[in-house]
Design a binder for this molecule. Sequence first.
Ligand SMILES: Cc1cc2nc3c(=O)[nH]c(=O)nc-3n(C[C@H](O)[C@H](O)[C@H](O)COP(=O)(O)OP(=O)(O)OC[C@H]3O[C@@H](n4cnc5c(N)ncnc54)[C@H](O)[C@@H]3O)c2cc1C
Length: 404
Amino acid sequence: MRVLIAGAGLGGLCLAQGLHHAGFAVTVLERRSASGEQPATYGIHLNADGMSALRDCLPEKPWQRLLDSSALAPDKIRFHDQDLRPLAVRDNEAHGDTGPDLRRRAVSRDALREALLTGLPDGTVLWNKQVNGYTETTEGIRVHCADGSTHSGDLLVAADGSNSRLRGMRLPGLERQDLGIVNVSGRVTLTEPLLAQLPAALTDGSVNNVVPSGPGWLFMSTWDAPASGRYLVWAWAESRDTYPADPTAMGRAALRDHVAQRTARWAPGLHRLVTSTGTDTIAAIPLRTMPALEPWQPSAVTLLGDAIHNMTPMAGIGANTALRDADELRRALVAGGPLTDRVATYEGAMRGYANEALALSTRNARSAATTGRLPRAAFRTVLRAAEAVPAVKRRIFPAPPPRH
Ligand SMILES: Cc1cc2nc3c(=O)[nH]c(=O)nc-3n(C[C@H](O)[C@H](O)[C@H](O)COP(=O)(O)OP(=O)(O)OC[C@H]3O[C@@H](n4cnc5c(N)ncnc54)[C@H](O)[C@@H]3O)c2cc1C
């Protein structure tokens, strides 16, 4: 079977590895050049879903490269109040050992991409190929690129990211929704004076959330970068309406000053994190999400990753879900049978877990941006109760379902 993949991102490359290894003829068409022109470098945390997909799709060499270029990170989500008093910890490690291969890892996006390209034969990825569209013929699918070239295959996989052009053709009318929430994010190098003002738990690689009694929410995560040292990425979430102006039109310094003003009475270490952040790293990110996915008729054109279930970053699972898609699709294709049946198997499974992921990330985003003091107070009370009473904690933070 000849499989065409539009997009050499995380999901597309993982699928290419898995299918190439299983003996399929794979061609990946990527609009960017081989050197990358990657979006701003940032880290990805790979959870057990992502690691499981990578382990099953990658042959030994790229898998080893991934392990060598990433670092173990605690699988914990912590909640603090604005004075850095702990509210609750969701400890995923307490749900039993997933085994050494599947533990949560931190990796730079570039290092992950390098691992995903390792060992793919020359000519598997065709660079500078912007896919403009496709036609279905009696012999399969013909893909049309902006440079005039065409490429034929039996199956086309749209792995072309959140602004997917192919989604508009395959599932017209399925569009992302704006949630009316805007994140301001920044990246700060963790210097000794900054580290001295922060508890170790905040910078150990776990996910940290500050849930203030008033509006807003601060999300933080840390990574080690070989070139620039240890850094922390923070994201401030707030309803679009309560910024002093349209946040997407505000300058970077004004955005940072706004978050600094919002956090002025917080623990000094937190406020300092914001004021120490270089304005060149500041960005305003309007949160968008795909609606819940309803079933559609399977065909020889399918989709994976952000192209089909772009979600807010508020659950940290966009890449992990894209990798899971790649593995699910690989499994379905390898299993054999008529092509559309195999696609249907993948799409049915994908809609199930993707809808859960979409709902979780939207819920997290809405909870972060609430302006109501009552829901926020209730949320903080639930967190405190969870920390105090194990039975409440099991209910609030249930164990993840088993994976195959
Ligand atoms: C700041 C930030 C932090 C994040 N952190 C995390 C995290 O910690 N954990 C997590 O799970 N997720 C995280 N995510 C989300 C994650 O990056 C995405 O969900 C993930 O990259 C989706 O993978 P993908 O393969 O679907 O798309 P992408 O990785 O976006 O790849 C799409 C590819 O398609 C190419 N392309 C687009 N259009 C065309 C075309 N017409 N023709 C050919 N090629 C095309 C693009 O150039 C790109 O290479 C984060 C996102 C952001 C913005």
